[in-house]
Design a protein around this ligand. Structure first.
Ligand code: ARG
Length: 460
């Protein structure tokens, strides 16, 4: 059959399982477009050096375009000896334009600089075409709902215990804030990873003085990696991207967990749409929040992708080692999982319904105990003292089996502290409580709108 591209020094056959174990084509074919683009620009660089003629370059570019059509239409015929996308494309180029010319494209290049060039292009394009736009959509949906549903109040929790009233919009904008930071972080990573290793050769550099800046510019990179040993073996961008995914999925997981809780019958704050729920094979009444549970569960998977590859990198010596081929399966899995999770989260948020009555019915007067303490603060009493007094009021109402601190009489209040006046009862108003929190970042309507304006201007 077709001999392996590196077959010259070998006499024995590769063990069949070793061939499969070694081959990356089953997953790195995904980078075919980047690989063909890379070879196009690289051969233009070779032509500038006089290593191939203008006529040969035309034929090479023609052949590469033909191969792209085959991959695009899913008709590329893989050969059993193809090892990876780089060897497959070069083998096919030889079949289309003849091996005499195709045999020149790899002059001065190594799969070591080639494979990581492809991977950086692939990451850049995936971020630009998929992750960043999808994430922007998710943020937009959160911001839109947050603006539209700003009048709905709900209990805010710490330790999952009722704490203080907040606006539902405040919860929405909190996740819009996390995701905006994720967006900005991803743009920074994109800038860092979009640099060119091409022209570094196998490790030592290019023997014909190729113009690496020309190659970088032709492939849309921001610049070149300044050390050839680093160029072929730096996979920090892969780890960084998967760490980004891990942190993002952590936000997604907490977001999903909130919604799992809010969608239980006991809370009943939200209803998930049928589109993002599933039923039980046994219990006819069940509607399960599987979308949310998967968002939460898949956060572990992305962490695993990152941790696994980081372990593979640890302890390998300088420059290229085959361990590095492990970069792709974990990265591709992480990127796909993150992309799908963003799309599912967007669908969930844009279709869930809010049960305003349930949220507001869950507000209890003891959640205004801080506001009661603040009432005395406004009359000059130190907060540490008012905190204690307000606590006594809560205890008294509990002792008397009252439904809340608003049910104590003025006389009972005065028995606890003589500085209470009749206007203390004005404290027992949830709307007023949230509107008081109008300092930057707070839950008052004006403060929330400011947060949303701020997020929107950061994303411009
Ligand atoms: N398929 C390999 C990878 O993805 C390409 C590089 C192989 N280079 C080598 N010298 N064996 O890492």
């Amino acid at each position: 059959g077709t001999q392996k591209l590196w077959g010259g020094r070998f006499t024995g056959e590769t063990d069949p399982l070793m061939h499969l174990y070694n081959a990356s084509l089953p997953y790195d074919y995904k980078m075919y477009k980047a690989d063909l683009e890379g070879t196009k620009v690289y051969t233009s660089g070779l032509q500038k050096l006089g290593l191939i003629t203008a006529d040969e370059l035309t034929k090479i570019h023609y052949g590469l375009d033909e191969i792209k059509k085959e991959w695009d239409s899913d008709s590329f015929a893989r050969h059993p000896n193809d090892e990876d996308i780089h060897t497959a494309n070069e083998r096919r180029l030889g079949e289309i334009i003849g091996r005499d010319i195709a045999g020149k494209v790899h002059t001065g290049r190594s799969r070591n600089d080639q494979c990581v060039t492809d991977l950086r292009i692939f990451c850049r394009d995936t971020l630009n075409e998929k992750l960043l736009p999808a994430l922007l959509d998710l943020i937009k949906v959160l911001v839109k709902r947050s603006r539209e549903e700003v009048d709905i109040l709900m209990p805010g929790y710490t330790h999952l215990q009722r704490a203080q009233p907040i606006r539902w919009s405040h919860w929405l904008s909190s996740y819009a804030t996390y995701f905006t930071e994720d967006y900005k972080r991803l743009v920074q990573i994109l800038t860092r990873l979009n640099v060119s290793p091409l022209g570094a050769g196998a490790l030592a550099g290019h023997p014909y003085g190729i113009d690496r800046e020309f190659l970088a510019e032709g492939l849309g990179f921001n610049g070149v990696i300044g050390n050839s040993l680093v160029a072929v073996s730096d996979r920090d961008f892969v780890v960084e991207l998967m760490f980004w995914g891990t942190l993002f999925m952590n936000h997604i997981s907490r977001f999903a967990e909130d919604l799992v809780i809010y969608s239980t019958a006991e809370f009943g704050f939200i209803k998930l749409s049928d589109a993002y729920s599933t039923g039980s094979s046994l219990m006819p009444q069940k509607k399960n929040a599987d979308s949310l549970e998967l968002l939460r569960g898949k956060s572990g998977r992305v962490f695993g992708d990152m941790a696994g590859f980081l372990m593979s990198l640890k302890g390998i010596p300088s420059t290229y080692d085959k361990d590095m081929q492990e970069d792709k399966e974990s990265l591709f899995d992480a990127l796909t999982t993150v992309e799908h999770s963003i799309l599912i989260a967007t669908g969930v948020v844009s279709t869930l319904s809010v049960q305003k009555e349930k949220m507001e019915a869950a507000l209890t007067m003891d959640m205004l105990a801080t506001d009661l303490a603040d009432y005395l603060v406004r009359r000059g009493v130190p907060f540490r003292e008012t905190h204690h007094i307000s606590g006594e009021c809560v205890a008294k109402a509990e002792q008397l089996n009252l439904s809340g601190i608003d049910k104590l009489t003025l006389e009972q209040y005065k028995e606890i502290d003589s500085r209470f006046e009749a206007d203390l009862f004005e404290t027992f108003n949830f709307e007023q409580s949230v509107e008081r929190r109008d300092a930057t970042g707070g839950t008052a309507k004006s403060a929330i709108f400011k947060q949303l304006d701020n997020l929107e201007s950061q994303l411009k």
